[in-house]
Design a protein around this ligand. Structure first.
Ligand code: S3P
Length: 405
């Protein structure tokens, strides 16, 4: 059996955090393996407009931190592009400044819910205005903040991180939540508070990007094994691994180590026979970004696929429940769309079809993997939007395609 090594992008979630923390650090931050995906470039370009100086060569980012009180009033609106993480984190960062600012985003981001972040920040005394329907543009009138004790109504790592970032300017807030969603901010905060003048940090490769190739490795009928190096294996991100292993996936993990406080390891994925299993609702926040590709694996597995309690998918870059059920319809699957998920009976009796273009990176990459697995029946051509999180996805995709002829 041949093994193909796939190159992964650096972790997007951690890159956003490190760029923001490095900007308010009292000294220089040197980041090895920073993601140059479009979303992280949106964060960097906003920070640049706030007076932050940095250099980015290959994937080494050097940031000249301005300290907590050194950011400057921007001369224009801060454009967060397609990135919800950029917008929510920067709202937290800017709420406690001594200047006003405005955050804007692209068409998709301008439709996404922002009250969830404004609500706790307002309790902290932030002065923020949204448009009528609770969306961007976000007008932030810098004000003095106070700490809060907050029980989160929406299980969101982005919202918690926004409160944690705002808390730099208020003193520590107490935040409680029911599930254990991604904890990168807590882990980075530990390093950040210890670092002095020079902060060095190495970012793992992105687990969510790895999930596309994990599914290809599991479901391919071409006798290919997939090898992925230095994959971030933070347990608050890897519920997807738990689920696919329970489905029957053969995955070996080697060379486990730490990059800072973040666990990483190498993965070797072998073709495996899989059956669909229950996706326990407590796991949903830990695999929310992997659901599109998990449902593609579901199509190639035995037994009914059922997803519930995942209505958060409706407010991602696109309504991912609707985008996925459109794919099931195109594949002529027997499916049902539910308000918080969907169900379908797997079948690989595809007729020749071309899947629609999409502006959503995870739907595009899921469609691309589906096309690789369909033995030429399902076509998907335009995965430009993959660059939002995975700049070299097309290159890696072609590597497999050319190998298989
Ligand atoms: C992210 C948290 C998740 C995830 C997003 C990135 C983060 O969003 O879907 O892609 O970096 O904190 P929510 O926390 O809003 O669910």
């Amino acid at each position: 059996m041949k093994t193909i090594k796939i190159n992964l992008p650096p972790d997007k979630s951690i890159s956003h955090r490190v760029a923001i923390f490095g900007s308010v650090f009292d000294g220089e931050t040197i980041v090895e393996n920073f993601s140059t995906c479009e979303d992280c470039l949106s964060t960097l370009s906003c920070l640049e407009k706030l007076g932050v100086k940095f250099s980015l060569e290959k994937s080494i980012l050097k940031i000249q931190g301005k300290g907590l009180y050194g950011l400057e009033k921007p001369n224009e609106n801060l454009d967060c592009g397609n990135s919800g993480t950029t917008m929510r984190f920067l709202t937290g960062l800017l709420a406690g400044q001594k200047f006003d600012s405005v955050l804007v985003g692209d068409k998709s981001l301008s439709k996404r819910p922002m009250e969830r972040v404004i609500k706790p920040l307002s309790l902290m005394n932030a002065k923020i205005e949204l448009s009528e329907n609770g969306t961007a543009p976000i007008k932030i009138f810098g004000s003095a903040l106070k700490p809060i004790s907050y029980e989160m109504p929406v299980e969101s790592a982005q919202v918690k991180s926004a409160i944690q970032i705002a808390s730099f300017y208020s003193g520590e807030s107490k935040i409680s939540h029911k599930t254990n969603f991604r904890n990168h901010t807590d882990l980075i905060l530990k390093e950040f508070s210890k670092a002095q003048k020079n902060w060095k940090i190495k970012i793992p490769n992105d687990f969510s990007s790895a999930s596309f190739w994990i599914v290809f490795g599991i479901a391919n009928k071409r006798n290919l094994k997939i090898s992925l190096k230095n994959v971030g294996l933070n347990p608050t991100r890897t519920a997807f691994l738990k689920v696919v292993k329970k489905m029957g996936a053969k995955i070996k993990i080697k060379n486990q180590k730490l990059f800072g406080n973040e666990p990483v390891g190498d993965l070797l994925i072998s073709p495996s026979k899989t059956k669909n299993v229950e996706i326990v609702s407590e796991l949903i926040p830990n695999l929310i970004d992997e659901i599109p590709i998990l449902s593609i694996l579901g199509i190639f597995s035995k037994g009914k696929f059922s997803l519930r309690n995942a209505s958060e998918l409706r407010v991602k870059e696109v309504d991912r429940i609707s985008a996925l059920t459109k794919i099931f319809k195109a594949l002529e699957l027997d499916f049902q769309e539910l308000f918080d998920g969907f169900e379908f009976e797997p079948s690989t009796n595809f007729t020749q079809i071309t899947l629609p273009e999409t502006s959503d990176h995870r739907i595009a990459m899921s469609s691309a993997i589906l096309s690789l697995l369909s033995e030429g029946k399902v076509e998907f051509k335009n995965f430009e939007s993959a660059k939002i999180s995975y700049p070299n996805f097309e290159e890696e995709f072609l590597k497999i395609l050319e190998r298989n002829g």
